[in-house]
Design a protein around this ligand. Structure first.
Ligand code: F3S
Ligand code: F3S
Length: 110
């Protein structure tokens, strides 16, 4: 799957969201997150990001900073985020759920 990394933090431009054919990019607070369970690897988002924050998880091998964001992208959907009572899961479209409005503790702490 594709992953949004550190350069999105405090930019959160959202140009990527407009081109995703399966609407699997969800807005947190300081950054956005691609749902690895819903991304179909089309790659359209990667070229849209003005700060080049998006990469493929395969490219993260051996890169500790990127690897951390691969794990964090899973966490965003699978763990209970601060202030929520259930994991986001795979709701099948960011448009349906609106902005999540919170980040993982890892991203909040950056
Ligand atoms: Fe972030 Fe770039 Fe999308 S800054 S919200 S990954 S367009
Ligand atoms: Fe969407 Fe990007 Fe995946 S456009 S399907 S999140 S590669």
């Amino acid at each position: 799957a594709y992953v949004i990394g550190k350069d999105c933090v405090d930019v959160n431009d959202r140009a990527c969201m407009d081109v995703c054919p399966v609407d699997c990019i969800y807005v947190g607070d300081r950054k956005s997150y691609i749902n690895p369970a819903e991304c179909i690897d089309c790659g359209a988002c990667e070229v849209e990001c003005p700060v080049e924050a998006i990469f493929v998880d395969r490219q993260a091998r051996g890169d500790e900073a990127r690897t951390r964001f691969v794990a964090d992208s899973r966490d965003f959907f699978q763990v209970v985020l601060p202030g929520r009572d259930a994991p986001v899961g795979a709701p099948g479209g960011a448009g349906k759920v609106g902005e999540i409005g919170v980040d993982t503790p890892f991203v909040s702490g950056l």
